[in-house]
Design a protein around this ligand. Structure first.
Ligand SMILES: NC(=O)C1=CN([C@@H]2O[C@H](COP(=O)(O)OP(=O)(O)OC[C@H]3O[C@@H](n4cnc5c(N)ncnc54)[C@H](O)[C@@H]3O)[C@@H](O)[C@H]2O)C=CC1
Ligand SMILES: O=C(O)[C@@H]1CCC=N1
Length: 277
């Protein structure tokens, strides 16, 4: 694959990040860790956090005037879809036809991005484990994106974890529902496991620690194992034992299957709605 050959250190021109909130900051951390020269980075963020501000000492340009950014080779859009309309007029001043525009905004289509700011567009959906280099991003490129731009997008996204390229943009709503929003479902599982532990009589701090380590350790086991999730689940389940008793509830009617299906349908629908707003 051509994409993974480009290193961040080889990028010429500036990489402009618009929006250094939760996801933008995670990308920024990954880029710096993977060797992107801070002097190549421009951050546009009206409310820079205490983590972002000190990066100016490393050479990152924070909120320069638009006319001072004449060298943008990539613009990464990490603002909320709802604020993009207001942000776009200023951002489009940075975009030439050769500028790679990578958007991570949920429900914001390539057609919408093309209308709002132009450029060579890659639409991507990362997730928050990106903050520790363990994210998964799905990306789709507009037909105008050339191999070099696609390789640059791949390098920028791969700095925070795995990248899957798809050809069918229509899949992005379901991708958003599964992997973009997915970490929240796993964290909810940790919350509810702890809460149920307290209901079963455990002290709150012990229940929280057991739930946290169980979710984290199980995730790591799934990550490292060659076995699939169903096999790992069966490996915990002794016939007639405690796990089987719990799974009778979780896998019964109105259980996880039903709940997860409804949750993913709701998130997919919301992503589709954002594309119409
Ligand atoms: N949080 C998540 O798990 C994921 C978020 N996304 C997408 O990432 C984008 C950002 O989400 P979060 O980081 O969660 O939101 P956030 O609210 O933490 O970050 C958005 C940032 O944009 C800044 N901003 C507002 N107006 C701006 C402007 N005109 N120019 C530049 N920056 C501006 C805000 O001050 C804020 O820091 C959204 O479009 C979301 O759909 C995608 C995948 C996962
Ligand atoms: O909740 C959201 O809309 C964003 C997109 C995926 C995760 N967070």
């Amino acid at each position: 694959m051509v994409e993974s050959r480009t290193s961040l250190a080889n990028i010429s021109g500036a990489v402009v990040l618009a929006g250094a909130g939760k996801m933008g900051s995670a990308l920024l951390t990954g880029w710096l860790a993977r060797g992107l020269d801070p002097k190549r980075l421009v951050v546009i963020e009206p409310y820079p956090s205490d983590d972002i501000r000190p990066l100016a000492d490393r050479g990152i340009r924070l909120n320069p005037a638009a006319e001072k950014i004449s060298d943008a080779s990539a613009l990464v859009l990490a603002v909320k879809p709802q604020t993009f309309g207001d942000a776009a007029p200023a951002l489009r001043l940075l975009v030439r036809s050769s500028t790679l525009v990578v958007s991570i905004m949920a429900g914001t289509t390539i057609a919408m991005l093309d209308m709002a700011c132009g450029g060579s567009i890659v639409r991507a959906m990362p997730n928050t484990p990106a903050a520790i280099g363990r994210g998964i991003t799905v990306a789709v490129a507009a037909t105008s994106v050339n191999d070099k731009q696609r390789a640059m997008a791949d390098a920028l996204l791969r700095a925070t974890g795995a990248v899957e390229w798809i050809d069918d943009e229509a899949l992005m709503d379901a991708v958003t529902a599964v992997s973009g929003s997915g970490p929240a479902y796993v964290f909810l599982l940790a919350e509810e496991l702890a809460r149920a532990g307290v209901s079963a009589g455990l002290p709150a701090d012990l229940a929280a620690k057991l739930a946290r380590e169980t979710v984290a350790g199980s995730g790591e086991l799934l990550h490292r194992s060659d076995l699939d999730a169903a096999t790992l689940r069966r490996n915990v389940t002794s016939p007639g034992g405690t796990t089987a008793a719990a799974l009778d509830i979780l896998m019964g009617e109105q259980g996880m299957k039903e709940l997860m299906t409804r949750a993913v349908v709701a998130a997919t629908k919301r992503s589709q709605e954002l594309a119409k707003s």
